[in-house]
Write a protein that binds this ligand. Sequence first.
Ligand code: NAD
Length: 353
Amino acid sequence: MRALVTGAAGLVGSSMVRLLSKQGFELITVDNYLRGQIFGPEGDTRPTMDALRKEARVDHHVMDVRDPKVGELVEGVDLVVHTAAQPSHPRSIEIPVEDFEINARATLLLLEAVRRRAPQAVFVYCSTNKVYGDVPNSFTYERVGRRYTPVDPTLRNGFDEGLRIDQCLHTPFGVSKAAADLYVQEFGRLYGLRTGVFRMGCITGGAAMAVEQHNWEPYFVRKALNGERLTIFGYEGYQVRDVIHADDLSRLFLEFFRHPHPGEVYNAGGGPTNSTSLLEAIELIEGIVGRKMLVDHGPAREGDHMWYVSNLAKAQRHHPGWGITIGLPEIFRGIYQAQMGRPVAAPPHGSAR
Ligand SMILES: NC(=O)c1ccc[n+]([C@@H]2O[C@H](COP(=O)([O-])OP(=O)(O)OC[C@H]3O[C@@H](n4cnc5c(N)ncnc54)[C@H](O)[C@@H]3O)[C@@H](O)[C@H]2O)c1
């Protein structure tokens, strides 16, 4: 079996490469280390790629996914896992055209290459819950304990894939990802390609890089370790996120490869069991690090979700062998251990995604 993984040096891409390598896949990888240019040395994924190349046999290409030549790499592949993306919402507001070129247009080029050169291949697309824009904020929530909870009890298992994606505020990032999300569905439904769309909330793991405005989990742990003040933006920390470990997500992608449902969409976050408010996460981190965190509160960011939990029922119905195996305590302990072995100075201001 042969697979192409784009964004292979990133959090999800590197997890997928490791998993596929163990399964005996021949691997072609693409990454141009754009992340390092966006977030600076602390967000650079080049060291991850260097480590990966020692662990797994990969045919790596330092290429930009915007380059149409990337399409030539799909020749003869059985699986494409497309994870490369311009990942930053604030940056997408500054560079909406570049954001579109990377997230939407490059995805369309890759789909078209698969249609022409490898129509039997399974195509996995990393979408995001940001395609739902600020629609989750149109529901009513109440404070229960140290978190928000939906007043409507039918929502408590999380949002399913029927949540609307339009007539709401997205940021250009949400729009470019939604455009690609729709193209991936369309190539499954119209052309019969074996495509799958996966909409995640917060993905993390020991390999996650702690940078401002992205990957809040390692960022919080870093702040705790350094004894630095952390600013939470909005909702006094009662906002709820669901967190999935990149390795659990990779297992879902592999299940989809084995049992593809062309053109389908899955909400694929941590689900109810891996949901946490930021206040609850801080308490968990304090227990692991063994010190109280210094927390300030700032104003809410526009469009930031008050509560988002993925309903995993469809993903599990289509892939009965799959479920969340890595819980929140293990996730945060893993991040803590990774950071103890990887000390890097934190940027000056704390933030929650
Ligand atoms: N991390 C999350 O919490 C999260 C949540 C929802 C969705 N997603 C989506 O999942 C995917 C993977 O996320 P991640 O956390 O692994 O991201 P990441 O930033 O860790 O990795 C992405 C990799 O893609 C590379 N890349 C970016 N632009 C490129 C380009 N133009 N050409 C080639 N390589 C390029 C980067 O250098 C990086 O190594 C992305 O599509 C992201 O939008 C992530």
